[in-house]
Design a protein around this ligand. Structure first.
Ligand code: HAM
Length: 535
């Protein structure tokens, strides 16, 4: 039995969280098509699918993406994965509850007992590996034990100095006990390159023939300000090539694959921008950054607060600024192309030549530095029309050194991630995103005998790959045909007692109103012949 209808406000209470959304049919058909095309195209380039976890240790992203980046410093959904250890929490609460305060002589013995108990509990759980103490927690725990030792070693006298010292130690112990956190900080993945590199190391993929080519499809999470094309849960289709050589042909081929894919899904008006940001050496990017920094210092007061801050934290990112008032100033800044070392210059020139050989059109953009720290040499981005200000539909680049940074061997790497939400938006805006709604066949049946036949017909048609709607209740034919129209069905199969006893079924083409009476096998064959080959 259902409860009494809830009040209006109560019924409206739950909504998708800001920046997240439900994807509904028929739009999800388009999502499936876009994903299916990725599976197909990427397979032709020798890529295999990898599925990595939705959450990972926060440190992984901080290390890989960079702790100063917007993604890590502002946008991660991080939480403490805290074990539920009630005995330990009781021990913690006991220490806090019996905090003796200043001069409360009588409570000290009890306090010491509880602190000692708390320390033993922590040690017990660390030994059984119920908890692990991250670096900061370990240092806090060491402090608790040190201060507790000092407290026990205090002389048993009641003068002012000793009492003050006791109060200080007690105070410090209570604070540290209160703040000590055992869990590990975990984050919803803001991107997947870090996870793929972690998996490459963890599964010793270095043993496989190199390079290893992997791709992924799935949701990512960033706490960004939601707007058109920017969500807090969004989807990426990404690919990574790890290991082997850093030959420019790899860079060009991965970009070729991307453009082939965009072509296959029907994305129109995509523009590929490329750049090289060199490598981290004095005679290359580091030298350029120093140069850029001093150029920026000179125009500092003409820049907005974000760019001013970035002069110190990450000067390259100033080039990314979209602020109208800064554009003229940025145009006067030195270009990285003039500061690349010989190897990076040659690499970049060869990437461009290889793109031309492959017939891939590109535009160079010296300001394309990307917002993640792991890039070096080739960077690229693709924009698409119909997206407003969030028009980057894909970003990627080379990241030799990332695997090593995460504890693996020196390894070459390059990859990209497509923003699937934006790709879908752009397809829809250009009219390429129309998903097919509706059923192939609506079965209008009347009568018990006809129903049994209808069930069998539905089964046969579905097995043959048709989408079929079989109404659960008997309807008058007029009503059934109206329903078939509403659902966008192409055909109505009309089954009444007459049809069943004659063995001739009626098929109505709803767009034209034409009707034909056919024996069952011929009708099935007729429908099969109408169905486009791709289905
Ligand atoms: P990214 O540029 O941060 O790169 O993201 C790639 C794409 O994801 C963007 O171009 C955009 O289309 C989409 N995207 C990013 N944030 C949002 C959002 N809040 N809402 C909707 N779409 C968004 C990376 O993530 C790198 N891991 C790419 C890569 C792979 N580099 C090498 N390998």
């Amino acid at each position: 039995m259902s409860d009494a209808p809830a009040k209006k406000e109560e019924r409206r209470k739950f909504q998708a969280i800001r920046g997240t959304r439900d994807l509904l049919p028929p739009e999800t058909e388009l999502w499936n098509r876009v994903e299916q095309t990725a599976h197909e195209v990427f397979a032709t380039f020798g890529f295999g699918e990898i599925r990595v976890p939705i959450f990972e240790p926060t440190d992984l992203f901080a290390h890989a993406v960079g702790s100063e980046t917007d993604i890590v410093s502002k946008e991660m959904f991080a939480f403490l994965d805290q074990p539920d250890l009630s005995d330990l929490e009781n021990a913690r609460n006991a220490v806090k509850a019996v905090n003796p305060g200043i001069g409360a002589q009588g409570k000290h013995e009890l306090f010491e007992l509880y602190v000692s108990n708390f320390i033993t509990e922590v040690q017990k759980h660390v030994a059984t590996q119920d908890i692990n103490l991250p670096r900061r927690a370990q240092s806090d725990f060491d402090t608790i034990q040190d201060r507790f030792r000092d407290l026990l070693n205090l002389p048993d006298i009641n003068d002012e100095d000793t009492n003050n010292r006791r109060s200080h130690l007690t105070f410090e112990i209570v604070i540290k006990v209160d703040l000590l956190r055992f869990g590990e900080s975990i984050s919803l993945r803001p991107e997947a390159t870090a996870s793929v590199c972690r998996a490459y190391i963890e599964h010793n993929m270095l043993q496989l023939p190199q390079p290893v080519k992997l791709y992924y499809v799935g949701p990512m999470f960033r706490r960004e300000r939601p707007q058109k094309g920017r969500y807090r849960q969004f989807y990426q289709i990404g690919a990574e090539i790890l290991g082997g050589t850093d030959a420019p042909a790899i860079d060009a081929e991965v970009i070729e694959m991307l453009m082939t894919y965009f072509d296959r899904v029907g994305l129109q008006g995509a523009t590929l921008y490329i750049n090289s940001i060199g490598h981290n050496a004095d005679n290359c990017r580091r030298g350029y950054v120093a140069n850029l920094k001093s150029a920026l210092e000179k125009v500092k007061d003409k820049l907005g607060p974000d760019s001013q801050r970035r002069i110190d934290t990450n000067p390259l990112r100033v080039l990314d600024s979209k602020l109208e008032s800064e554009q003229a100033i940025i145009a006067t800044l030195p270009h990285i192309a003039d500061h690349l070392c010989d190897e990076c210059k040659t690499h970049y020139a060869e990437v461009k030549r290889q793109l031309q050989v492959r017939g891939v059109l590109y535009q160079e953009n010296w300001r394309l530095v990307r917002g993640l720290d792991y890039y070096m040499r080739t960077t690229f981005e693709i924009t698409a029309p119909g997206l407003g200000s969030q028009n980057a539909v894909c970003g990627g680049g080379r990241y030799d050194g990332l695997v090593e940074l995460l504890g693996g061997p020196p390894t070459k790497g390059i990859g990209f991630a497509i923003g699937e939400d934006r790709l879908i938006l752009s397809l829809q805006e250009s009219g390429k995103g129309q998903a097919q709604q509706g059923r192939d066949v609506y079965i209008a049946w009347m009568g018990e005998k006809a129903y049994a036949t209808a069930i069998r017909a539905a089964k046969d048609l579905r097995n043959a790959g048709f989408s079929v709607e079989l109404p659960p209740l008997e309807q008058k034919f007029g009503k059934a045909l109206g329903q078939a129209d509403k659902l966008g069905a192409k055909y109505a199969l009309i089954l009444g007692d007459n049809e069943v006893s004659e063995g001739l079924w009626t098929l109505k083409t709803l767009s034209t109103g034409e009707q034909a009476k056919l024996p069952e096998p011929e009708l099935l064959q007729f429908l099969r012949d109408q169905k486009p080959k791709s289905q």
